[in-house]
Design a protein. Structure first.
Length: 392
């Protein structure tokens, strides 16, 4: 336990000092293969040359400018992000610092859209059970996990969570007299890499359109190419009224984004919302470097192919300790018949080369390798994981 940090994290016993590509080195110079991407943040791995160059060059020119003004880098990034998201119907963007901030912005858009069009009383935001939307008081209210609510109430009112996949319950919850928006993760990350059923997503899109309820996708973890399409909702063949992004959007520099489709693009007016550091030139320069790769069709195709290789390998083991597998692209959940945390510790403690993986619940391992991972590195990491599972 640190003498200086608040005790908010269950930390593993390692301190890193440098990284390169898909690898990290601790202070004792032991090498670790990274299958976490900093929880989907380091999507281009560590010290990617294009990212380092973009950050260095921008830092030498302009790091921050007040939002009374605009920066050339911010303009370029916003345009690139809207163009990359056009397949999902996106028209405009608001830039923030984090996923929680982005989700707060999405909720504000839904409520103002409904208030201006229908008057008071139509403000409920529907979310899903086992969802995760952030750790602020409002995004905790949106998060459909009771265990995360303990000790922090009262919460922002006006949020209702329903089970994923239940179309009848969805139809009841999306009441056009009371509901402003439906916020969901196309693939729930923190709850175990749980993709939503395609029929459920299509039903949600249809109901929201018919009832003029904003359809809002939280793609903080599953967006930005991780599933093999630029936005995860594109993989379901639907357009969105709002999409939120963060994590990997600037490859490790803090950033968040609220993307708005045609209905939502003009909802915010001057003074409605803001973010002191949102859209700062440094983060935008990093974001441009990420988009230059992550928005390319051939790059997305490569992610999808690596994802198939990842899942095919895991399935081929037919491992007695694995009880379930789920995933899309470079995003996999592995259910096991043992506690997940000791497996993380055992992967870390492997001799010579360690492996970094995540948990997503007490019995689920979460794999989020960097997009740039090679086939050889992917195979090596899975070999290390199998070695640990064989030994438990």
């Amino acid at each position: 336990m640190s003498d200086f940090f608040m005790d908010t994290y269950h930390r593993l016993p390692v301190t890193f000092s440098r990284g390169q590509g898909c690898w990290l080195w601790d202070t004792g110079e032991k090498k670790y293969l990274d299958f976490t991407s900093g929880i989907a943040v380091n999507c281009l791995g560590h010290n990617h040359p294009a990212l380092v160059k973009a950050i260095s060059e921008q830092a030498a020119k302009l790091i921050h400018v007040c939002n009374y003004y605009q920066s050339d880098t911010g303009e370029l990034f916003a345009g690139a992000l809207v163009r990359a998201s056009a397949g999902a119907g996106i028209r405009k963007v608001f830039l923030a610092n984090s996923g929680a901030e982005a989700n707060e912005g999405a909720c504000k858009i839904a409520r103002k859209y409904s208030l201006k069009k229908y008057g008071p009383g139509r403000h409920t935001i529907v979310t899903l059970k086992n969802s995760f939307h952030g750790r602020t008081i409002t995004t905790l209210a949106a998060t459909g996990q009771d265990r995360l609510h303990r000790d922090f109430g009262p919460f922002t009112e006006g949020f209702v969570s329903i089970p994923g996949g239940d179309i009848d319950e969805l139809e009841r919850a999306l009441d056009q007299k009371t509901t402003a928006g439906f916020l969901l993760e196309a693939i729930q990350g923190e709850s175990g890499i749980i993709p939503q059923d395609e029929e459920f997503i299509r039903a949600a899109a249809k109901l929201c359109a018919e009832r003029d309820i904003l359809l809002m996708f939280d793609e903080i973890q599953c967006g930005l190419g991780r599933t093999g399409t630029f936005l995860a909702c594109e993989g379901y063949g639907v357009k969105a009224d709002v999409v939120t992004l963060a994590k990997g959007l600037a490859g490790g520099v803090p950033i968040g984004a609220v993307l708005a489709g045609e209905k939502a693009a003009a909802v915010f007016e001057t003074g409605d919302h803001g973010s002191t550091f949102g859209g700062n030139p440094l983060a935008c320069a990093a974001g441009l470097a990420v988009l230059d790769l992550a928005a390319r069709p051939e790059f997305l195709k490569d992610i999808a192919e690596k994802g198939r290789r990842l899942m095919d390998t895991l399935r081929s083991w037919n491992h007695p300790r694995i009880t379930g597998l789920r995933g899309r692209g470079l995003m996999a959940g592995v259910d096991i018949d043992a506690e997940a945390w000791p497996v993380l510790e055992a992967c870390l403690a492997l001799p010579e080369r360690g492996l970094l993986i995540l948990s997503a619940g007490p019995h689920t391992l979460r794999l989020l390798p960097p997009y740039i991972i090679s086939g050889t590195e992917l195979d090596e990491g899975l070999t290390l994981l199998k070695q640990v599972l064989d030994g438990i």
